[in-house]
Design a protein around this ligand. Structure first.
Ligand code: HEM
Length: 252
């Protein structure tokens, strides 16, 4: 058998430089395995990446940091969007330990911010709230100091800060009812049909007005009962009645 026949049968290359990849020499084997290495572990490429508990902690810490930074720049002071849990507020803990207050209007008036040893209190719809956290609104000279030390629910609805500083809501709905429905008969009177139509409108408007008053009062209660980052809080109820009806057809 000639040497060329033998080469072709055994596939042995004579020149290592032209060696087939399937029959590498020792040197070229090293070179080739090195060159091919990155493409070999194909199954590794498709293995899904698993999040470790440490990764999750890192993501959460990043989100917390982002939220705190945004909160600080937006609120100007707080890292927690002005939220402070009750247990970090001494005044709240003290009130909780003391239990609910039951004050008459006269007793409530002492808590108007003029005595620095007393908290500033105000009432809405018979509920008393501690608003000491905002002396710039409710303390002496504050823009809403007239609300302190009293239940001025009516003024919270009407916005009449002189005449309506009391808690009597009787007839306050009238301010939301069309004036032409409140006045008596026009000169010349109304036909039967007109009277019927006016009566229906008045009933409808009255219903809507009552809901508006209720929503307004509930809105203020929500503000003082933990709204605005929970800086105000409920402390008790106003005792006794004796409130007088004040106010007319709405408007100051
Ligand atoms: C029914 C009428 C209104 C009532 C009962 C009312 C009452 C109040 C109260 C109780 C606060 C303090 C809120 C808090 O403690 O966080 C307040 C804040 C304020 N009110 Fe009025 N208000 C009335 C109308 C108005 C009007 C018409 C204006 C503007 C002309 C106004 C301007 C302000 C301003 C600028 C603040 C401060 C807001 C803040 O910094 O949070 N209010 N209002």
């Amino acid at each position: 058998m000639s040497s060329s026949t033998l080469r072709s049968r055994t596939n042995l290359p004579t020149d290592p430089q032209h060696a087939s990849p399937t029959t590498p020499s020792t040197n070229s084997a090293n070179t080739l395995s090195k060159a091919k290495a990155p493409t070999l572990p194909a199954e590794d490429d498709t293995t899904p990446t698993r999040l470790t508990p440490l990764d999750i902690l890192r993501v959460l810490a990043g989100l917390l940091l982002l939220s705190s930074t945004l909160s600080y720049f937006i609120t100007g002071t707080s890292l927690t969007w002005n939220y402070r849990p009750a247990f970090t507020r001494p005044a709240r803990i003290k009130a909780w330990l003391r239990g609910p207050l039951h004050l008459t209007d006269a007793q409530l008036s002492l808590y108007n911010g003029t005595d620095p040893n007393l908290p500033i209190l105000l009432a809405v719809n018979g509920s008393i709230y501690d608003v000491s956290a905002a002396p710039h609104y409710y303390g002496p000279g504050g823009m809403y100091s007239f609300f302190a030390g009293r239940d001025a629910t009516r003024a919270f609805v009407t916005g009449c800060f002189e005449e309506d500083l009391n808690g009597d809501l009787r007839g306050v709905e009238e301010m939301f009812v069309s004036e032409e429905l409140l006045v008596g008969e026009r000169e010349g009177g109304y036909s039967r049909e007109e009277k019927r139509e006016r009566k229906l409108r008045r009933e409808r408007e009255w219903r809507v007005a009552r809901r508006r008053v209720e929503d307004t009062v509930r809105g203020w209660e929500a503000l003082f009962d933990g709204g605005k980052g929970g800086r105000y809080f409920w402390v008790g109820r106003v005792e006794g009645g004796g409130r007088e009806w004040v106010g007319g057809l709405g408007g100051c």
